[in-house]
Ligand binder design. Structure first.
Ligand SMILES: [Zn+2]
Length: 238
């Protein structure tokens, strides 16, 4: 018996009648989605898992993945949770850095990108620090708290050695030490980071502007993006 919402894992659920086939149905009060309590436990095949891993890196909706592979949302969400929990803490940045050793120049660019989460007024900013690989990727507000979150996520050796190029945005000031920081209004100094955001918007449906797709919680927003970025960092080795 599944006693929690399988989209959010929330236990704030109520009974919600039966399906056409007579199975007891529940509804989540946090995300308003409906689901069946008792599920047939079909296991995904290795081939289906491989396809899910590839499709999660493209701009396709989760419902679209279910339709293409003819699997239920339940199985997709369970497998996503398994995959996302395996994403390394450093997003494979260290592996990438070792292979790119001559290219890693300890010149980081930082920028922020927003998308709403759950409802329109809830703007969440994705902060990145990028050398060639992405070394930090937290979610936060656009102010000083968000900038501090970014700085906390930057690996120690970058904090000690790298120069950080950012836009002329006040939140960075007082967070990045002045001797490590170059704030500039010139686009050319942060164009790699901005180009990477174009890649993100092109590949992650939940980051597409003015589109129907969005994430229902901050956790469900950040985890798939971390999964994408960990794969992106590895793709730099090819
Ligand atoms: Zn829910």
């Amino acid at each position: 018996m599944n006693k929690s919402c399988y989209y959010l894992g929330s236990v704030n659920i109520v009974k919600n009648g039966r399906t056409y086939y007579g199975k007891a149905r529940g509804k989540c009060k946090d995300c308003s989605k409906q689901f069946v309590f008792e599920r047939q436990n079909l296991n995904l095949s290795q081939e289906q898992k491989k396809h899910i891993e590839l499709l999660l890196l493209e701009r396709i909706s989760l419902a679209g993945i279910c339709r293409v592979l003819e699997i239920s949302a339940y199985h997709l969400y369970r497998y996503m949770d398994e995959l996302f929990s395996q994403v390394p803490q450093d997003l494979n940045a260290d592996v990438a850095a070792q292979a790119l050793i001559r290219l890693s120049c300890y010149e980081c660019e930082s920028d922020e990108l927003w998308r709403f989460v759950g409802f329109k007024a809830n703007k969440q900013w994705l902060w990145i620090a990028q050398d060639r690989q992405i070394v930090a990727l937290p979610l936060g507000d656009r102010g000083t708290a968000g900038a501090k979150g970014l700085w906390q996520n930057v690996p120690a050796h970058y904090k000690q050695r790298a120069t950080f190029f950012t836009g002329d945005w006040q939140a960075y000031k007082g967070v990045i030490p002045p001797e490590r920081h170059v704030a500039t209004a010139k686009k050319k100094d942060t164009n790699h980071a901005e180009r990477f955001f174009c890649t993100l918007r092109q590949r992650c449906a939940r980051l597409v502007r003015k589109a129907l797709s969005f994430s229902i919680s901050a956790q469900r927003h950040l985890m798939p993006i971390r999964f994408f970025v960990a794969n992106y960092n590895l793709s730099l080795l090819l």
